[in-house]
Design a protein. Structure first.
Lengths: 416, 406
């Protein structure tokens, strides 16, 4: 993996080029496509082809794919090819940023992997064995990331110590394993919200000879799922800034999780380079279409359209006016509301199509803003959407169930 | 003549098998041309589960089925009217066929009772008594706006015997007139009557001849595929197609297993529908010529072949059995992937039959298909008998030969 920084500015973050293996040049800040079981959630590869024709990097997660390891041992083409995307590069994470990772199960020698079939305790040896089976283009080092803003100092220290030990094994194996010689390792930085612990974690990584790893992954700030959408920026940003200050500029920094658009812009401003689409996913599965605007105008915009809202039952307009995604070009709010009410699979499919399209467009605009040194203006616009107060981008779980009383009025009317 | 003057359904036999009753036809509807024999995937609630309209078009699906009962409940006819009909509501530009809603009433609602007025049922919402009459069914179907709609029929269990079968058949004939009278969009939508008569040949014959006196553009054969013996099933289809007019399309309701499709095309049926291909997809099963492939089976865990090498659907182009084994029934995308393959399979089967009829090679197609489908298993006797009735004689089973030799 090659990373070249194109520009760094004091207020506007940084632009770069990333080349993974033989891929074409990818621009940073980069948005990874988050997946479940190797697939972009709800979308088959041909449907995703209707969302984007550009080369993507898949963010695969071991906790949703571990059962495939044995099969992959017998697979002689790329990991991307196995999951239906032969042209895409792959990056392997341990945990799924789309779902809350349960707490607990970490120990001196093991990291828990919460899979569909229950919990597996991963030793560093077992982890590297699995990584070898997958042979991803990029993968993260094993770490104890079970920390959040509430974690005690003692717990945070444990995560740093354990991660150091796991990584000694990972670094060694990474250098030695033939099947991983073309893969890039990302060094995990842990330490919760404690500057001292973070400094230690960074020091452990930087003790490695140059070239041992190709980038950083910031872990231990949240425990995934929609929890990441309600992080407190004033707690998070100083500690991220602290980390960024202590690592070399030349390596890319990945921060997985469903951060709000505002928080993502803040993190980009601090110099984080790589994110994923889990926010778009979390919105879709909670019946929300993303409607925030990133093209500066004078109109007021809201963060979401709630497709469970009875008010849109007969709105024959797109989810988002002016959007040119397939869902907005061909389907209406009324139809998607109907799909929600009837619990039809096409509902989340159309929401994912729209939300991914919208978020990928957002990242295009972010890169343009950085190159024009206009990121602060974009941040301010996204934060307020021309309203007098800050927009709430936090995603609440939507457990609405369709009441029978709300269904079928039309039929009864017709039949009487 | 301007296109608005054309009837909303024209049907032309393009070719006929010189041996069996199979035929290839071209049905022209307001929203699309339909090449028959055709399989119609079921999009019950205004969507084929997990598949985009664009994907169905890519599969060359020409006509979809929608369920009146479900659509009447949700989104309801008021919303459908405001949307400008189901085509616009679901963004499906091609043809749609709707059922009458009666079948669902009787199968889903345990309290439904039928009398001369209509189907009496208790509302699933507030338990009040409601009535679905032939007029209501047509009113809802007019709001949905499908190219082809079905009359409300008096549905009895296929295994029912005795005078109730005859009563249902007679009532179905009477209800056609009420449906025709209530039909408000005859210049855009075509109403099909439904041949009933249980498993009795004389009743089926009487029903066909009574319905042929009505002003209709096509016919459905109903009351089958509900658990009756296959020996009765094919004889009923056979007697209906013997008497139905040659120049109008014939739709056999609820039939969709591959072998049944092949037999019934040989018997002269043009249109089919079935939920089976998409339902089985949700359980991790893929359709192949030899039957069903249950991808959850351990033997596919490391199988790096596509479901079917000959299949050119997007699922077979990109995905291995191994990957599908791991995600089937676990990730919802597997439902979309297998549905795409299964619909592609059904549509390809129908296309191959049509092509075989066009070059008058249908009997050979049937023989080859049955050999692939049953492999070394014996071919069921009802299939042999049904095909023999239309002059297609299948070679004896290999296993029978062995039994004789040993």
């Amino acid at each position: 993996m090659k990373f070249i920084i194109k520009s760094i500015s004091k207020n506007s973050g940084r632009l770069g080029h990333l080349r993974i293996k033989e891929s074409s040049e990818l621009q940073t800040p980069l948005l990874l496509q988050t997946t479940k079981g190797g697939s972009i959630p709800y979308l088959s590869a041909d449907v995703f082809g209707l969302v984007s024709r550009e080369q993507q990097v898949l963010q695969l997660t071991l906790c949703t794919m571990d059962q495939m390891a044995e099969s992959l041992d017998q697979w002689n083409r790329s990991l991307g090819d196995y999951v239906g995307y032969p042209d895409y590069n792959t990056l392997l994470l341990l945990r799924d940023p789309c779902e809350v990772t349960p707490s607990g199960g970490n120990d001196r020698d093991v990291v828990p992997l919460f899979t569909r079939r229950g919990k597996e305790s991963l030793t560093a040896e077992r982890y590297m064995q699995l990584v070898t089976s997958f042979a991803p283009d990029v993968y993260q080092g094993l770490c104890d990331a079970d920390t959040n803003p509430e974690s005690t100092k003692k717990r945070v220290q444990k995560s740093v110590d354990r991660t150091e030990r796991f990584m000694q094994h990972c670094f060694k194996q990474h250098r030695e394993l033939e099947r991983l010689k073309d893969s890039t390792l990302l060094a995990p930085i842990v330490g919760g919200y404690n500057t001292f612990a973070r400094t230690q974690s960074i020091k452990h990584a930087r003790e490695q000879p140059k070239g041992t790893y190709g980038g950083y992954i910031f872990e231990g700030f949240h425990t995934n799922g929609i929890a990441a959408t309600s992080l407190n920026p004033s707690q998070l940003l100083p500690i991220v800034d602290h980390c960024v200050q202590q690592i070399e500029d030349e390596l890319p920094r990945l921060m997985p999780g469903a951060f709000t658009p505002v928080l993502m812009l803040e993190l980009i401003r601090l110099g984080v380079d790589i994110f994923d689409t889990s926010y778009a996913y979390c919105a879709a599965v909670n019946y929300k279409a993303l409607t925030f605007s990133y093209c500066i105008d004078k109109e007021e915009h809201s963060a979401f359209l709630d497709v469970t809202d009875e008010a849109i039952k007969e709105q024959f307009t797109p989810l988002l006016e002016g959007c040119n995604c397939l869902a907005c070009q061909k389907h209406t709010r009324a139809y998607i509301h109907h799909l929600y009410k009837t619990n039809e699979l096409l509902g989340p499919i159309l929401l994912m199509i729209h939300n991914l399209h919208h978020y990928m467009g957002f990242f295009d605009v972010i890169r343009d803003s950085i190159s024009a040194d206009q990121l602060p203006a974009l941040l301010d616009y996204v934060r307020h959407q021309n309203m007098s107060t800050d927009i709430n981008y936090c995603i609440e779980p939507n457990n609405k169930t369709v009441g029978k009383a709300a269904m079928g009025k039309g039929f009864i009317t017709a039949a009487n | 003549m301007s296109s608005s003057k054309l009837p909303p359904l024209t049907y032309k036999v393009v070719a006929e098998c010189s041996v069996s009753k199979a035929r290839a036809g071209l049905m022209t509807l307001r929203h699309s041309e339909v090449r028959t024999p055709v399989f119609m995937p079921v999009g019950t609630q205004g969507t084929m589960k997990g598949v985009l309209p664009d994907q169905l078009i890519e599969l060359d699906c020409q006509i979809l089925l929608g369920n009146t009962y479900h659509l009447g409940l949700r989104p309801g006819i008021e919303t459908l009217k405001k949307a400008g009909g189901l085509h616009k509501f679901m963004s499906w530009p091609r043809a749609i066929l709707t059922d009458s809603g009666g079948f669902q009433m009787v199968s889903l609602l345990q309290l439904a009772e039928i009398d001369e007025h209509g189907v009496n049922f208790r509302s699933p919402f507030d338990n009040s008594e409601c009535m679905l009459t032939p007029e209501h069914s047509i009113q809802i179907q007019n709001a949905i706006g499908a190219d082809i709609m079905m009359q409300l029929d008096d549905v009895v269990k296929t295994t029912t015997t005795g005078p109730r079968v005859e009563e249902a058949m007679e009532r179905t004939i009477r209800w056609v007139d009420r449906c025709i009278k209530a039909h408000a969009r005859d210049d855009e939508q075509s109403l099909f009557p439904i041949v009933q008569g249980g498993l009795e040949i004389p009743l089926r014959e009487r029903c066909v001849s009574a319905l042929m006196e009505k002003q209709v553009r096509g016919f459905a054969v109903g009351g089958l595929s509900g658990g009756e013996s296959k020996h009765d099933f094919w004889r009923m289809v056979h007697v209906c197609t013997d008497h139905l007019p040659r120049d109008k399309p014939r739709y056999l309701m609820g039939v969709g297993f591959a072998a049944d499709l092949v037999v019934c095309v040989a018997l002269g049926i043009d249109m089919f529908d079935c939920v089976f291909p998409t339902r089985t997809a949700r359980f991790g099963c893929a359709l192949v010529d030899s039957g069903q492939m249950n991808l959850k089976h351990q033997k596919y865990k490391h199988d790096m072949e596509p479901i079917d090498k000959q299949c050119n659907c997007n699922t077979c182009k990109r995905y291995t059995r191994s990957y599908l084994h791991h995600i089937a029934t676990n990730e919802s995308v597997s439902c979309s992937l297998l549905s795409v393959h299964n619909v592609a399979y059904q549509l390809r089967l129908m296309r191959s039959m049509r092509e075989a009829v066009l070059v008058d090679a249908f009997p050979q197609f049937v023989k080859d298909f049955m050999a692939r489908h049953f492999g070394s298993d014996p071919i069921p006797s009802w299939i042999r008998e049904a095909l023999s009735a239309v002059n297609i004689e299948l070679p004896p089973d290999a296993s029978e030969d062995q039994a004789v030799n040993s």
